[in-house]
Ligand binder design. Sequence first.
Ligand code: DSN
Length: 413
Amino acid sequence: MQHNILKKSDKEIYRALLGEERRQKEGLEMIASENYVSVAVLEALGTVFTNKYSEGYPGRRYYGGQEFTDAVETLAIARAKKLFGAEHANVQPLSGASANLAAYAAILKPGDTVLGMDLSHGGHLTHGHPVTLSAQIYRFVRYKTEPDGSLDYKKLETLAKKEKPRLILAGFSAYTRQLDYAKFSAIAKKAQAYSMMDMAHIAGLVAGKALPNPIPYFDIVTTTTHKTLRGPRGGVIFCKQELAQAIDKSVFPGLQGGPHMHIIAAKAVAFGEALKPAFKKYAEQTLKNAKALEKELAKHSYKIVFGGTDNHMILVDVFATLQISGKEAERALDTVGITVNKNMIPDDTRSPLDPSGIRIGVPAITTRGMREKEVRQLARVIDKTLRQRDDQKTLKQLREEVKKLCKKFPIYH
Ligand code: DSN
């Protein structure tokens, strides 16, 4: 990519940018929450929309000069609603975390009870982990998965009866099985609680119709716009029409100031791309690749957490399999150019910074065009790397193999 002006004006940032471009081109991103956006999305991000303040919403702004920002945000909203069949969309949240916080603030009072999935069982930090701001404001009670990887909806219903939550939260960042949305919704209705789903990880798979759509079942659905959806970093909140005003007020002026219009422009571009037929193929292939990875790693005797995957990622208990920590596994894979992240497994007894597992995702390699054949090859590379992590010669050979594969499936060429 050309960065002729930056090259002259800021050599330090230019050097870091070149380094990151090379890292992404010559290595494989297998962090489940990452992806490669299109050049059109990148172009939209680097535009003069970054100069503009647009507090408010289309047609109701606090500053002048909004002809084109209104056009962009209106398009982003319309495309987001069409993509997911939603009644209302707010495209201003700066991230998934701020989308979740704004959603909580729209419907909860301080001290209200929320049921959310435990972090080590796949839930997200913002679903009630004690270190977060929301956990200081609201009373989170966290539910867990069963040893076979399923969710016991009877137990969830009993918990809801006991705890009397105002909100029941579904969603995850490291859970690999399909949730039963109808059951969540029924339990919330019985408990007279709101229902909310954080679909950040799987939004692209929902948009591509490879996974069921949670929108009809929940009062509120939040998402990020990167990950499987392959847009810029950011968030969106979808809701039923009766909550639209509360959600909008909660995002602005409740939580945020001026929206980032260059990012909203890039979101609109990404939604437009996801509405095209090619995105459906991408979503389907992502699921096939994840299944292939699960099968292949199981063949190499890896312990797959939750018993397998129904989405784009798998969680591997490397400690149980090889007696190495997730941190060691992450480091070893880094040396051959495969980026994954260490991850807790359910009720992990190890520390979050040195847990028992790694999370591996296929959204980015699927964007590069890789299919089951390459996934099988990668499973072999991963296995060899982890088992022979102290053999420098083997690691060097594997690094070359990854580089070769990257060349065959280039990005931003
Ligand atoms: N950091 C994201 C992930 O990796 O899943 C969630 O926010």
